[in-house]
Design a protein. Structure first.
Length: 655
């Protein structure tokens, strides 16, 4: 038995290589077969194959889905976009890549709302609920499932209703409310049997058997698993067979039959590794670790539990991470290593507290829904105000330019009388020269554009077509936003050089501060059709300087928008860990090279590159960030590579 896992792993590695070759061959053969068909038939075929292979060959499924999207883009057949994005989200979720799954679900949701496609809106809601559940955000997930079910019920879609009922049941299993779970699973099974959905019926039976096992109805559970196995075979439901073996392992373990429990868990793991079912893989690692604990084979138990811990941390499956820490605590106690046991127990408790602190997320979801309703009106008002402000923009620019020159000379004169002033004077002169260069060059273009466009509108307004007026107004807005951002960077930089920023910390609701801050960037994000998603507990309090905190986060958000591709998403998360606050801002844009990351973190220089839409900047934003982060006693970390997006991590300390 001790070598069984290595044999399974060797088999899976070999089969993975063969599967990749097979997948490419299958894709090529399929494309060849359908090459003479109409574009619509080609797309329909690829979409169906994407869904059919989601469990048994997820990599092939992604290839089919990606190819379908390419054809959809070329042929402008938009109605299937949400459909394919939802499919790809499901596949990435199965592979344990929750960030990618969320990205595709969100794209599907936004496009479905744009197309007013009720079915795809409902499926997107259900899939977003699944993402929240896998992230242990049970209240938020349950709310999405109920919203989805209401839509499916209103249009009489029994297939969708069955999906939602099954997912709702799984939430109640996680909350240990077995009676409610069984009620929803039974209702789901009834609908799926009526629809002759063998795969779905197998999934409902597996869930019913799981509840029976939890209620210690072991014989009934085994019989239900056996019935589910028949429907898995009928529908080629490979992942279902993994769930069944995992459940049978639990039953053998409850009966004290450790050998058969091990065999069933290894079978489940073999299937999950083969098809890339990451969540099932982590569950199998935890189960094998538990069985080896009971067999007193603690080194073997640690091997599997460390795998479970590492994979759960990497993919964000908090429930399984908590389980791994619980088992590791037992091993540490057995080894009389009570310090390690305490550490593991503390990690487990922190995760449990994190999971259950999300009980009020349904309230957040309500507020978020209200926000979306109001957002359009608010953006329209902001746009009107921006257009009105352009009339006075030239005078404002001149005043700010004079102010900046005055500040530079003020910085120089402050240190002129001291010995240290010689070096500071050189630095200030360089900064002054850079400011003059910026004012003469970088600000000249947007100012010239504002002047020309404004004069053109004033003199020829009646002769300009309405559509051309809109283009001109958009150009004015773009130029003014560019100038505003440049001036904000210049003013913050000058203030930091003067030593005019003092830290005054206060205990603030971080989520509220971030939410209000993001409102300032909605118009900028809208220009690139970007979504800014906030993940944070509503009761997250921490002691920070509000101005410095907002300036740091605002500069990083601006940077993320600048380097994101159109129609993307930016994810901002905030968590409290021990005596620190960790802010993560993740984009899916052009990324940063290792060399440039080193320049940002380890040098005092500033540099600027164009954004994805050729946005300009002074290169002072990240320089200001570094100075303020140092002033606040915080730390900055950057994770990025070219074309793979960037994650900026700022860690604030409670000192």
């Amino acid at each position: 038995m001790k070598n069984l896992f290595f044999l399974v792993l060797l088999f899976v590695i070999n089969s993975t290589i063969l599967t990749s070759l097979f997948a490419q061959t299958e894709l090529n053969n399929t494309l060849k077969k359908i090459s003479t068909c109409t574009t619509q038939v080609q797309i329909d075929t690829l979409v169906n194959l994407c869904w059919e292979n989601r469990s048994k060959n997820p990599r092939l499924s992604i290839s089919y889905g990606t190819k379908a999207l390419n054809l959809i883009e070329k042929s402008n057949i938009d109605k299937l976009k949400s459909h394919v994005w939802n499919y790809l989200g499901v596949v990435y979720g199965n592979l344990g890549n929750l960030d990618s799954a969320y990205y595709y679900y969100q794209k599907a949701m936004e496009f479905a709302e744009y197309m007013k496609d009720s079915v795809e809106i409902a499926y997107s809601l259900d899939n977003l609920g699944d993402y929240y559940i896998k992230s242990a955000l049970y209240s938020a997930g349950l709310e999405k499932f109920f919203e989805s079910y209401k839509i499916f019920e209103s249009i009489g879609d029994k297939t969708g209703m069955a999906y939602c009922l099954n997912d709702i049941g799984e939430v109640y299993v996680a909350q240990k409310d077995n009676q409610k779970a069984l009620n929803y699973f039974t209702r789901s099974a009834k609908l799926r049997k009526e629809n002759k959905d063998n795969r779905g019926y197998a999934k409902s039976l597996i869930n019913i058997a799981t509840v029976q096992y939890k209620n210690l109805e072991l014989k009934n559970a085994l019989n239900t698993f056996e019935e589910a196995e028949k429907y898995c075979e009928k529908s080629d439901y490979v992942k279902g067979r993994s769930y069944i073996q995992s459940g049978i392992s639990d039953i053998h373990l409850a009966l004290g039959d450790f050998n058969n429990a091990l065999k069933a868990s290894y079978k489940s793991l073999e299937i999950d590794l083969h098809i890339g079912n990451k969540y099932g893989e982590i569950i199998s690692y935890n189960k094998l670790g538990n069985i080896y604990i009971l067999l007193k084979q603690f080194p073997k138990a640690k091997e599997f539990l460390f795998k479970a811990r590492d994979e759960a941390q990497a993919t964000g499956h908090l429930d399984q991470l908590m389980t791994a820490y619980n088992y590791l605590t037992r091993i540490a106690v057995n080894d009389n290593d009570f310090k390690l046991a305490y550490n593991y127990s503390t990690e487990s408790k922190a995760i449990r507290d994190s999971i259950y602190s999300h009980k009020d997320l349904n309230k957040i979801a309500d507020l978020q829904t209200a926000f979306f309703v109001e957002r359009k009106n608010r953006e329209n008002e902001l746009l009107k105000k921006d257009i009105q402000l352009e009339k006075n923009n030239r005078n404002f620019l001149i005043l700010c330019s004079i102010l900046m020159i005055f500040i530079v000379f003020l910085v120089i004169s402050k240190y002129r009388s001291t010995k240290k002033a010689n070096q500071l004077l050189n630095d200030s002169n360089q900064s002054k020269d850079k400011l003059f260069s910026v004012i003469a060059h970088d600000l000249n273009n947007p100012v010239g554009a504002l002047t020309s466009i404004s004069e053109y509108l004033r003199t020829d307004y009646d002769d300009i077509k309405e559509i051309d007026r809109k283009v001109l107004v958009d150009s004015i807005a773009d130029a003014s936003i560019n100038i505003k951002n440049m001036l904000a960077d210049l003013l913050n930089w000058a203030r930091s050089q003067q030593g005019g920023i003092k830290i005054h910390k206060a205990n603030l609701n971080i989520t509220s501060v971030i939410t209000n801050l993001i409102l300032s960037y909605k118009l900028l994000a809208k220009k690139k059709n970007l979504t800014i998603d906030i993940k944070a507990d509503s009761n997250l309090f921490f002691s920070v300087d509000k101005f410095v905190f907002e300036t740091i986060i605002g500069n990083i958000i601006t940077n993320a928008i600048k380097f994101s591709f159109n129609n993307g998403i930016i994810i901002l998360s905030a968590i409290k860990a021990e005596q620190s606050l960790i802010i993560r801002i993740k984009d899916f844009g052009k990324g940063i090279s290792e060399k440039d990351i080193d320049l940002i973190l380890n040098t005092e220089t500033s540099f600027s590159t164009e954004g994805t839409n050729k946005e300009k900047g002074l290169g002072l934003g990240l320089k200001i960030c570094k100075e303020l982060i140092t002033l606040h006693g915080a730390k900055l970390q950057i994770e990025s590579s070219p074309n793979n997006g960037s994650t900026f991590i700022v860690k604030f300390y409670d000192v």
